[in-house]
Design a protein around this ligand. Structure first.
Ligand code: ATP
Ligand code: MG
Length: 423
């Protein structure tokens, strides 16, 4: 074991960052619920095939980023190859098939939790990171795409990010349009073969669309001159995209058309979108998604259209910093053994009245009051022998030093009243 540090690309999350991340998840769940979504939790690892097939062997994720291991537990015969979740969509579609959910279409699923990719760690890019994820299955029309983007936009606005992010929007067209575009791209990139990066050369055979997504600077120059998707789009694809744009206009969601936007995975068609910020450097994409009509069929399920997105919780939390500051605690201070026993139930009663209560049971009163102030406590409740006999405690307001004697049963209400006065 080395140095008791977390493994490369993983982190401990606590304090303000933890609160900011929780605020992202809370906002996501509240808003998604208002759009009719229900929670679906899938396992954190799946059979490798679940990811390999839909994402494609040539995708960055499958070719180099997955944490894959053998389930082998003593009996090699039973071993199966498993992979830690690198993204949510494939597992959710697997779950949809496993549970026969096609009887209940449309399905609206919200999920959140960790995902794992073997990447070069940097700010906003980790090997264990966290996503909020939404999928809408069973609606073939462009209206579903609009609903999902609108939901993402609302979440971003509620996180205070309306001014900080821009929606980039593109269409990859249907299967026919994509195939035509693919041919155009191959012809073009073949002419620039000599200057393409090694990764992109590989993609030229397997998935040339992905070259458009290359992060290599040399590739970027060549990509600038590549033919545009819009030139290969058939009428049906065009109409679909028009409807998406009209819907977004109707809600007032601002967007920029970005013909170079492709998604990193094989299974996308029609709408592709990313919410991007300029504030996080190269890690600027905070939430991204699109339509994936062929995915469920590819996994062996009934042909079912789907559209979804995933947002990076770390990146969203860094931008929004909306974490709730914990309310200031009440510190209960029993002086002596009898008082300690009584303090247990007094503390429960104050908590039941809705307050945050901690206990400090050691040291003299002065020390305890100093510690309470340091912990940003608002009130101290001191229970000594005198107070015990009278069935009351000394309630001290640490902001103004005022002290009053309050019977145990009324402490919660009195504290509520004092906090109400202050508000
Ligand atoms: P990028 O282009 O930044 O690598 P991606 O296209 O690989 O992103 P997606 O697979 O679309 O990302 O995942 C959705 C979101 O999850 C991203 O927009 C981002 O906010 C977040 N995300 C992806 N990978 C990481 C990571 N390694 N660390 C932290 N957040 C991540
Ligand atoms: Mg990536």
């Amino acid at each position: 074991m080395s140095k008791l540090q977390p493994a490369r690309g993983t982190r401990d999350i606590y304090g303000e960052e933890s609160r900011n991340m929780a605020a992202v998840v809370d906002t996501f769940k509240r808003v998604a619920t208002s759009y009719g979504f229900e929670e679906l939790s899938t396992p954190i690892f799946e059979f490798t095939e679940v990811y390999k097939r839909p994402l494609g062997e040539s995708s960055d994720i499958v070719s180099k980023e997955m944490y894959t291991f053998d389930s082998h537990a003593g009996n090699a015969k039973d071993s199966e190859e498993l992979t830690l979740r690198p993204e949510f969509t494939a597992g959710i579609c697997r779950s949809f098939i496993s549970n026969g959910m096609q009887q209940n279409l449309p399905c609206r699923f919200m999920s959140s939790g960790p995902a794992f990719r073997r990447e070069r760690p940097q700010k906003g890019r980790y090997r264990q990171f966290h996503q909020i994820n939404a999928e809408l299955l069973g609606q073939p029309g462009a209206e579903a795409d609009v609903d999902l983007i609108a939901m993402a936009w609302r979440i971003l606005q509620e996180l205070g990010l309306g001014e900080k992010v821009i929606l980039h929007l593109n269409s990859l067209g249907d299967r026919e349009s994509r195939a035509a575009y693919r041919d155009d791209l191959v012809i073009y990139f073949e002419q620039h073969k000599g200057s393409l990066s090694e990764d992109s050369l590989r993609r030229l055979d397997s998935n040339p669309l992905r070259i458009l997504d290359s992060k290599d600077e040399g590739d970027a120059k060549i990509v600038d001159g590549a033919p545009l998707m819009s030139a290969s789009m058939n009428d049906a694809s065009r109409e679909f995209f028009e409807l998406v744009k009209k819907g977004l206009d109707a809600i007032g969601v601002p967007y920029e058309l970005d013909e170079r936007l492709v998604r990193g995975m094989d299974y996308y068609c029609h709408t592709a979108f990313e919410f991007v910020t300029t504030e996080l450097g190269a890690q600027g994409t905070v939430l991204a998604g699109g339509r994936y009509d062929g995915l469920i069929e590819q996994l062996g399920g009934p042909s079912t259209p789907g559209v979804g997105w995933a947002g990076g919780i770390e990146r969203l939390a860094m931008l929004s910093e909306k974490g709730a500051v914990p309310t200031r605690p009440v510190v209960i201070m029993p002086m002596g053994e009898a008082a300690t026993m009584k303090a247990f139930s007094v503390a429960e009663d104050i908590r039941a009245a809705g307050h945050r209560v901690t206990a400090d049971r050691s040291g003299n009163l002065k020390k305890r009051l100093t510690r309470a102030s340091k912990a940003n406590a608002r009130f101290a409740v001191v229970i000594g022998d005198n107070e015990l006999e009278g069935g009351s405690a000394a309630l001290k307001d640490l902001d103004n030093g005022e002290q009053q004697t309050i019977v145990f049963a009324e402490l919660g209400a009195v504290i509520s009243g004092l906090l109400g006065d202050a508000a």
